[in-house]
Design a protein around this ligand. Structure first.
Ligand code: B12
Length: 214
């Protein structure tokens, strides 16, 4: 029987190998002993981060990154089916979550949506490359308590600030909390733009949303 450390290593290596079959096999094995959130956070995401580093160093090229992203998404889909649906307890709060305009990265954002939903929040995932105004309009439409904003590039981080500024202009800032995330975001950035919180990963996002909304 493989140890947890070995399973985490296998999950990460499967993503780096860009092979969907390897990812699905590693997920099937890990499911026996690990929680879905842990498999995603410690195994698959760690592998994807490594892919990013290899891409940055010129050791992997964009097509590899796309294939690795597909493989990871397939693994996450299998695990999503294992998470509670959250339907029995949908009163924790209403959250609109999306990735800012100009940014197509959505794997992490979608994981955050799934984890929030399975923890009992009512989540409206509005997708990726979403114009600033759409966040506000959706928040008004569903009477959201919180907006989650993902940005994966230093160049698109400003979109998070733009959404907060527009919330202020619309007189909604006091009614809607803002949670920001994505690899280039930090607590210092969240403080600077006046967000209510920053979370480093999906598990932390759930904990912070509960802190702010319950
Ligand atoms: C996969 C990937 C892609 C895939 C995206 C597929 C998809 N459907 O998402 C593809 C191949 C399409 C892609 C394209 C590009 N990419 Co890219 N990509 C990545 C990569 C390798 C991994 C991202 C990822 O999915 N990680 C795994 C997930 C699980 O982690 P995560 O996204 O960080 O999410 C977690 C946390 O951040 C947090 N979180 C995320 N969102 C939110 C939201 C909230 C509210 C909260 C609280 C928390 C939270 O929780 C998540 C779960 O734990 C990163 C490298 C990296 N280290 O980030 C580069 C990276 C982000 N990409 C980069 C670049 C440059 C590009 C391209 C411009 C490449 C090109 N030359 O065309 C294009 C962008 C086009 C565009 N306009 O958006 C750069 C950005 C550099 C910068 N300026 O900052 C990076 C950093 C790679 C690098 N080192 O150069 N990319």
């Amino acid at each position: 029987m493989a140890t947890k450390e070995e399973l985490i290593q296998e999950l990460s290596e499967a993503v780096i190998s860009c092979k969907k079959d390897a990812v699905l096999a590693a997920v099937a094995k890990a499911k026996e002993v690990m929680e879905p959130a842990e498999i995603i956070d410690k195994g698959l995401s760690a592998g994807m981060n490594q892919v990013g580093i290899l891409f940055e160093r010129g050791k992997l090229f964009l097509p590899h990154v796309m294939i690795a992203a597909d493989a990871m998404t397939a693994g996450v889909k299998v695990l999503e089916a294992e998470l509670p649906t959250g339907t029995e307890n949908k009163k924790l709060g209403v959250i609109v979550n999306g990735t800012v305009e100009g940014d197509v990265h959505d794997i992490g954002k979608s994981i955050v949506s799934t984890m929030l939903q399975s923890s009992g929040f009512e989540v409206y995932d509005i997708g990726r490359d979403v114009p600033v105004m759409n966040f506000i309009e959706k928040a008004k439409e569903v009477n959201a308590n919180m907006i989650g904003i993902s940005a994966l590039m230093t160049t698109t981080l400003q979109g998070q600030r733009a959404i907060i500024d527009l919330l202020k202009e619309e007189g909604l800032r006091d009614k809607v909390k803002v949670m920001v995330g994505g690899a280039p975001a930090t607590q210092a950035w969240a403080d600077k733009i006046g967000a209510d919180c920053y979370a480093e990963n999906a598990s932390e996002a759930v904990a912070k949303a509960k802190e702010l909304l319950l």
